[in-house]
Design a protein around this ligand. Sequence first.
Ligand code: SAM
Length: 303
Amino acid sequence: MTTDQWGVRVPTGKGEEVRQALLREGALDLTLKVLHDGDALVFPVLSERGDTSRYSFAEQPDCTVLPRHELVGGIAIMQEDDPVGAAAILASRPSLHTVLFPTSEVSGEFRTREYVVLAGTDTTRTEVVEHGHRFAVDLAGAYFSARLSTERQRLAEKTREHELVLDMFAGVGPFAITLAPRAALVVAADLNPRAVLLLIENMKKNRATNVLPLLADARRLDAILPWKFDRIVMNLPLAGTEFLPEAFRLVRPGGTIHFYSLVSKEGEHLGRIRELGGVEVTERVVRSYSPGQWHAVYDIVAE
Ligand code: SAM
């Protein structure tokens, strides 16, 4: 029997290192067999990430198939309100402490959702390990998604040590803290007080001494901050282009804006970006969102 699942493809030589990392993160789908594909291995994982594609995997013999769920640190989030399935998921991995079911969509300015606890400890808090960084998250209190982990690594690799970086929608700090070791200073702003408290906790956890946390509306940053920035991260995909003028006021000439947006056609925001002063613009698909819609990132060099 085969099953379609998300898979991470790596060269065989890196297989054991990646397998260990996926096991530590609780991301490996233990019900499926690893796929051998030429000189690469494909590991089945429980949820979509930046580096995943769909593959067909053989099932592990004698392995109980668990209901569909996504892992965030020690929490499993189910797609069905299924307490029996939740108990089976909880028992399947020692690293899990809680199984949740969402009772609302991601909503509001803070981009949070509500949950009920189906099994385990009565909490929405957990710790996520991502590429050597540890993030305290509270799924009901502040937005967090592991799906942009590859994007965070991509931006970190572009960052240079003299750079002044601004994260306009920082949440609990995954972009800010990932970029901090490569930058001179990262200013990390968010409107949600709970997110900023978790960001401060995460700065301490990761010894990120060059991150400046800010409880602020992104619309007011140009009025508050005395600097022009070398690099600006804008991850509020549903907002469209409304915050872009503020980013262009805050970027230094020749600086870069990484603008994440939900789009339904290629080049959707190119006109507006050029109008505002984007001289070099690259658009890439980050992940699919729904049929006909996807998350894109525009890397914009300002004039
Ligand atoms: N960058 C973080 C991440 O990748 O996990 C969080 C991204 S989340 C999609 C967007 C964040 O923007 C939320 O934490 C929300 O509270 C914050 N936000 C929404 N409107 C804002 C505004 N006007 N000013 C500052 N932050 C805002």
